[in-house]
Design a protein around this ligand. Structure first.
Ligand code: FES
Ligand code: FES
Length: 151
Protein backbone atom coordinates (compact mmCIF):
# COMPACT_ATOMS: atom_id res chain seq x y z
CA UNK A 1 0.00 0.00 0.00
CA UNK A 2 1.07 3.57 -0.57
CA UNK A 3 1.30 5.99 2.35
CA UNK A 4 1.69 9.75 2.22
CA UNK A 5 2.87 11.65 5.25
CA UNK A 6 4.92 14.64 6.30
CA UNK A 7 8.35 13.80 7.65
CA UNK A 8 10.53 16.53 9.11
CA UNK A 9 8.42 19.14 7.36
CA UNK A 10 8.57 17.54 3.92
CA UNK A 11 5.87 15.57 2.09
CA UNK A 12 6.97 11.97 1.66
CA UNK A 13 5.41 8.83 0.27
CA UNK A 14 6.37 5.20 0.46
CA UNK A 15 5.18 1.78 -0.61
CA UNK A 16 4.85 -0.35 2.51
CA UNK A 17 3.31 -3.67 3.39
CA UNK A 18 0.41 -3.67 5.82
CA UNK A 19 2.41 -5.03 8.77
CA UNK A 20 5.42 -2.79 8.36
CA UNK A 21 6.45 -0.53 11.25
CA UNK A 22 6.93 3.19 10.94
CA UNK A 23 10.52 2.60 12.11
CA UNK A 24 11.22 0.25 9.23
CA UNK A 25 9.61 2.61 6.74
CA UNK A 26 11.67 5.57 7.99
CA UNK A 27 14.94 3.67 7.93
CA UNK A 28 14.51 1.51 4.84
CA UNK A 29 12.21 3.50 2.56
CA UNK A 30 12.92 7.11 3.49
CA UNK A 31 16.68 7.02 4.07
CA UNK A 32 16.32 8.27 7.66
CA UNK A 33 18.48 5.92 9.77
CA UNK A 34 18.66 8.24 12.80
CA UNK A 35 15.89 6.39 14.65
CA UNK A 36 17.51 3.21 15.88
CA UNK A 37 16.18 -0.32 16.04
CA UNK A 38 17.36 -1.95 19.24
CA UNK A 39 14.49 -4.02 20.66
CA UNK A 40 11.61 -3.63 18.23
CA UNK A 41 9.14 -4.17 21.07
CA UNK A 42 8.69 -0.80 22.73
CA UNK A 43 11.18 -1.41 25.54
CA UNK A 44 14.21 0.74 24.79
CA UNK A 45 13.07 4.04 23.28
CA UNK A 46 15.90 4.13 20.72
CA UNK A 47 13.32 4.53 17.95
CA UNK A 48 11.54 7.51 19.56
CA UNK A 49 9.92 9.96 17.13
CA UNK A 50 7.15 12.54 17.34
CA UNK A 51 3.89 11.58 15.64
CA UNK A 52 1.65 14.63 15.39
CA UNK A 53 3.70 16.09 18.22
CA UNK A 54 3.34 13.07 20.51
CA UNK A 55 6.37 11.02 21.55
CA UNK A 56 5.99 7.43 20.31
CA UNK A 57 8.12 4.37 19.72
CA UNK A 58 8.26 4.12 15.93
CA UNK A 59 8.69 0.35 16.23
CA UNK A 60 5.21 0.07 17.75
CA UNK A 61 3.45 2.24 15.16
CA UNK A 62 2.44 0.76 11.84
CA UNK A 63 3.64 2.75 8.87
CA UNK A 64 0.03 2.68 7.69
CA UNK A 65 -1.06 4.43 10.89
CA UNK A 66 1.19 7.36 10.00
CA UNK A 67 -0.55 7.82 6.65
CA UNK A 68 -1.71 11.45 6.46
CA UNK A 69 0.12 12.40 9.66
CA UNK A 70 3.20 14.35 10.64
CA UNK A 71 6.39 12.70 11.84
CA UNK A 72 9.50 14.34 13.25
CA UNK A 73 12.64 12.25 13.64
CA UNK A 74 15.97 13.11 15.21
CA UNK A 75 17.11 14.28 11.78
CA UNK A 76 14.37 16.90 11.87
CA UNK A 77 15.53 18.52 15.11
CA UNK A 78 18.51 20.34 13.59
CA UNK A 79 17.76 24.00 12.96
CA UNK A 80 18.96 25.63 9.72
CA UNK A 81 21.61 22.97 9.27
CA UNK A 82 22.90 23.42 12.83
CA UNK A 83 22.56 21.11 15.78
CA UNK A 84 19.67 21.94 18.08
CA UNK A 85 20.50 23.02 21.64
CA UNK A 86 19.54 19.56 22.87
CA UNK A 87 21.87 17.87 20.37
CA UNK A 88 24.65 20.30 21.27
CA UNK A 89 24.13 19.72 24.99
CA UNK A 90 24.39 15.94 24.58
CA UNK A 91 27.70 16.35 22.75
CA UNK A 92 29.02 18.96 25.18
CA UNK A 93 28.04 17.08 28.33
CA UNK A 94 29.64 13.85 27.13
CA UNK A 95 26.27 12.11 27.21
CA UNK A 96 27.11 10.04 24.14
CA UNK A 97 29.20 6.90 24.31
CA UNK A 98 28.27 4.22 21.77
CA UNK A 99 25.49 6.59 20.71
CA UNK A 100 22.92 3.94 19.97
CA UNK A 101 20.41 5.30 22.49
CA UNK A 102 21.23 8.93 21.75
CA UNK A 103 18.74 9.71 18.95
CA UNK A 104 15.84 8.48 21.06
CA UNK A 105 17.04 10.36 24.13
CA UNK A 106 17.49 13.54 22.11
CA UNK A 107 13.96 13.30 20.72
CA UNK A 108 12.54 12.54 24.19
CA UNK A 109 14.47 15.48 25.69
CA UNK A 110 13.32 17.85 22.96
CA UNK A 111 9.75 16.72 23.66
CA UNK A 112 10.21 17.26 27.41
CA UNK A 113 11.66 20.77 27.05
CA UNK A 114 8.91 21.78 24.63
CA UNK A 115 6.30 20.73 27.20
CA UNK A 116 8.22 21.76 30.33
CA UNK A 117 11.02 24.27 29.62
CA UNK A 118 12.44 24.07 33.16
CA UNK A 119 11.81 20.50 34.32
CA UNK A 120 12.46 19.26 37.84
CA UNK A 121 14.72 16.28 38.47
CA UNK A 122 11.69 14.05 38.83
CA UNK A 123 10.21 15.36 35.59
CA UNK A 124 13.49 14.69 33.76
CA UNK A 125 13.67 11.14 35.09
CA UNK A 126 10.04 10.49 34.32
CA UNK A 127 10.36 11.87 30.77
CA UNK A 128 13.40 9.73 29.99
CA UNK A 129 12.22 6.62 31.81
CA UNK A 130 11.31 4.94 28.53
CA UNK A 131 14.79 5.36 27.06
CA UNK A 132 17.41 2.80 27.99
CA UNK A 133 21.16 3.42 27.81
CA UNK A 134 23.71 0.67 28.36
CA UNK A 135 26.78 2.91 28.46
CA UNK A 136 26.51 6.18 30.31
CA UNK A 137 24.95 5.42 33.67
CA UNK A 138 22.56 8.31 32.92
CA UNK A 139 24.52 10.93 34.92
CA UNK A 140 25.84 12.66 31.80
CA UNK A 141 22.47 12.31 30.09
CA UNK A 142 20.74 14.14 32.95
CA UNK A 143 23.55 16.75 32.85
CA UNK A 144 22.81 17.23 29.15
CA UNK A 145 19.09 17.73 29.77
CA UNK A 146 19.81 20.33 32.46
CA UNK A 147 22.34 22.03 30.19
CA UNK A 148 19.85 22.17 27.32
CA UNK A 149 17.25 23.62 29.68
CA UNK A 150 19.73 26.21 30.97
CA UNK A 151 19.38 24.90 34.54
S1 FES B 1 13.35 -0.27 19.02
FE1 FES B 1 11.48 0.68 19.50
S2 FES B 1 11.42 0.75 21.66
FE2 FES B 1 13.25 -0.37 21.17
S1 FES C 1 25.46 5.64 24.78
FE1 FES C 1 25.52 3.51 24.38
S2 FES C 1 23.53 2.81 24.81
FE2 FES C 1 23.54 4.85 25.45
Amino acid sequence: MKIRLTVNGEPREADVWEGESLLFALREHMALPGSKNACEQGECGSCSVLLDGVLVCACLVLAAQADGHEVVTVEGLAENGRLSRVQEAFAEAGAVQCGFCTPGLVVATADLLRRIPEPSEDEIREALSGNLCRCTGYVKIFDAVRMAAGL
